[in-house]
Write a new protein. Structure first.
Length: 704
């Protein structure tokens, strides 16, 4: 058994670092209450991952956590008063501001031991997340402060009483506790949906790498794009922060499952049912399907290699268990080792280095200890600190945090225990054979829940069975084959649009996930009342609420002149056989229900019916004003439904109602300012029966 000294600041290291203690180290401040707070005692020293030099100290001793929470709620709550589009535009400006300063963050990242390629994921990947969320919200949500989640739900016979669900910003603060491996991306991917929801944030980064988080938060605050108090940073411990949280607050955590479980069990959080979301490290899987061909094996090996060497394996999504058909184990092992032998480990400043160090000496010791535990059930076939498969290109290996890529082989995974439970958070993977899909499913489930699994298949293989069995145990399943390989974002890349989290051991959380993440920080409330009050609250016309009619056609009115609820009742048009025949010739749609009198008579219609798209076109002919005016263009159509058939001789008319107005940013001053108007369209027949319903969107000129 290898004896490990897990104390970061060993006697040898203290002696070697005496020259650095003579000079006062930089003390990292907390950015709270509108100022820099620098503690006076209880500092923890952070060391350079490559040189082992002491580089800064971190402490939050004496910090007033109650005041921080109050500052967020009193000052930072101003973000809730902004509309979704205003928040999104502010986030976009923040992202641009950070992108212009990215080289400062790259310079700081060198102390964490990663290569520039690895730092790109953290720095520019994090900034890209801000851009992505900003774009998503501006595209998908209206320019309001609350989100209407569903359509009018009638709850009475005559439609004078009903309900809608709304989402509004919680009147609290979100506390984000982050891990050390992505000090920038980890923070930005949490604050993006939080701020867009209209909720202020308090960020607590891990001590290692916190200098990078500090630099980004300081820049965000200096940019002035966010309201004061919308973002605060605690560098150090949170102390009694949880004691001052209320039911309107939320907590998120990324890190080890053990720490997360302790935080989740905090009595105050339980007493007040404060939402706690955990994203914990897990033993993620890569699965090679049976009868995999040569190309698929190469994809499998490539993905494992990338996950081992990217960020030196320090990703919560990295592959830890690789499941391989028994007959292909030797092939995979030899190909993976051949690729790993070409890895150049060392100081990223050196030319040709392809893999950097772990984040800290402590991490190196921790990974070595975990590999020792794994080796009780698996054979180390390549790498590890016990072998000499690599020459590390750095001046002082002992003082650095380098750990070589390590491959283990567990020949009897069904009989193993710790191999499915312990994660060495570094460049470590364990290969495991399986004989059939049922055994594979059982082995995958032994991980008790993971963030992601990758399935590598031949392009003609049916993997429905595998997906059905492994999907319940994962937050994300990444399927790779020759068709998707060139454009795949990879096993270990969480994306803003997709859920990032997983069940069981992975924490049960769901970070990211597009608008799902924004909604997480909002309160869902069922609002009951009359159609008119729903229109008032939602700023969107609700069927049954008050309408306004004017002698002036609504298409002759500018965006600013139009009122929600303004309605036009059109003239009538009788549908003829010639209409149907002419539309069939024009469109090329000669479907029997429109053209074959005998077949149509035997159908559920009982007679020939007009084309649905003819009804839509005829409706446009009834409500459109042909003369030039404020309406610039048709912007789209939503929620189209054909309710009743229209037969020869039926007469239709249209009810056009201004439903919603959203101003668009005036970017091109050479073009007129405009907004999007949503119109509710109801097409009815001579019996006043609804035959078609939909929304159309038009671009309408507005005052600049």
């Amino acid at each position: 058994m290898l004896e490990l000294d897990t104390d970061v600041n060993t006697a040898e290291q203290r002696d070697s670092n005496q020259q650095f203690t003579a000079t006062a180290l930089k003390k990292l401040s907390s950015l709270v209450n509108g100022r820099d707070y620098i503690a006076q005692q209880d500092f923890r020293t952070v060391y350079h991952a490559i040189t082992g030099e002491a580089i800064y100290e971190v402490s939050s001793h004496g910090i007033d956590t109650k005041a921080i929470v109050e500052f967020a709620k009193q000052k930072g709550s101003a973000i809730a008063a902004l509309t979704f589009h205003e928040r999104a535009n502010a986030l976009k400006q923040v992202a641009q501001y950070l992108l212009e300063r990215k080289e400062n963050y790259y310079a700081l990242s060198k102390a964490t031991g990663c290569t520039r390629k690895d730092a790109w994921v953290d720095i520019e990947g994090g900034i890209a997340t801000l851009f992505a969320y900003s774009s998503l919200v501006r595209r998908e949500l209206s320019d309001e402060t609350i989100l209407i989640e569903d359509a009018w739900i009638p709850l009475s016979k005559n439609g004078t009483f009903g309900a809608k669900h709304i989402l509004s910003a919680k009147a609290g603060v979100a506390v984000h506790i982050d891990a050390f491996n992505f000090p920038i991306w980890g923070m930005l991917e949490k604050i993006a949906p939080t701020l867009l929801a209209g909720v202020p944030c308090i960020v607590k980064p891990a001590t290692e790498g916190s200098e990078m988080t500090h630099a980004v938060v300081k820049d965000i605050l200096q940019s002035g794009f966010l309201p004061e108090g919308a973002l605060q940073l605690i560098c150090g411990q949170t102390y009694d922060l949880f004691e001052y949280l209320t039911p309107q607050d939320t907590v998120t955590f990324t890190g080890s499952a053990a720490t997360g479980q302790k935080l989740r069990a905090h009595p105050h959080l339980n007493q007040y049912s404060i939402p706690f979301t955990m994203e914990a490290d897990s033993v993620n899987s890569a699965i090679l399907t049976e009868n995999a061909n040569d190309e698929t094996i190469d994809l499998f090996v490539r993905e494992i290699f990338r996950e081992m060497t990217s960020k030196a394996g320090q990703k919560c999504t990295a592959i830890r268990r690789a499941f391989i058909p028994t007959k292909l184990v030797d092939t995979v092992q030899s190909r993976l080792i051949a690729k790993l032998q070409k890895v150049v480990i060392g100081n990223p400043e050196h030319e040709h280095v392809t893999m950097g160090a772990l984040a800290s000496i402590k991490q190196k010791y921790d990974v070595a200890e975990k590999v020792e535990q794994l080796s009780q059930e698996a054979e180390i076939v390549f790498g590890s600190h016990l072998r000499h498969d690599f020459e590390i290109q750095t001046e002082n290996v002992e003082k650095s945090a380098f750990y070589p890529p390590t491959v283990l082989l567990c020949k009897q995974p069904s009989q193993a225990q710790t191999i499915h439970q312990i994660e060495a958070f570094g460049p470590v993977v364990t290969l495991m054979p399986y004989t059939n899909i049922d055994e594979l499913a059982s082995l995958v489930a032994r991980g008790e829940g993971s963030l992601v699994a990758s399935v590598m298949r031949n392009t003609d293989q049916n993997i429905e069975q595998i997906i059905a069995k492994v999907a319940p145990w994962h937050g994300r399943v990444h399927i790779l084959d020759a068709e998707s390989a060139k454009e795949s974002t990879g096993h270990g890349s969480p994306l803003p649009h997709l859920v990032h989290g997983g069940p069981g051991r992975a924490g049960g959380g769901e970070e990211l996930g597009g608008l799902r993440a924004v909604k997480h920080y909002m309160q869902r409330t069922a609002i009951q009342g009359s159609p008119s009050v729903m229109t008032q609250i939602s700023h969107s016309w609700t069927i049954g609420s008050e309408v306004f009619e004017d002698r002036v056609h609504p298409f002759k009115k500018s965006f600013d002149e139009l009122r929600i609820g303004e309605r036009l009742l059109t003239a009538r048009r009788t549908v003829t056989e010639a209409d149907i025949v002419n539309f069939a010739c024009l469109s090329g749609d000669h479907f029997y229900a429109h053209m074959d009198k005998i077949a149509a008579a035997n159908s559920l219609f009982g007679d020939r019916v007009a084309h649905g798209y003819f009804i839509v076109s005829a409706a446009a002919g009834l409500f459109v004003d042909a003369a030039p005016g404020p309406v610039i263009a048709n912007y789209g159509m939503d929620n189209l439904r054909f309710v009743e058939p229209v037969k020869i001789g039926d007469t239709i008319h249209v009810e056009l109602t201004c439903k919603q107005k959203t101003p668009k940013p005036h970017k091109d001053l050479s073009q007129p300012a405009h907004g999007v108007v949503v119109w509710d369209i109801k097409v009815k027949n001579q019996r006043d029966e609804l035959v078609a319903t939909y929304d159309i969107l038009t671009l309408v000129e507005r005052a600049a």
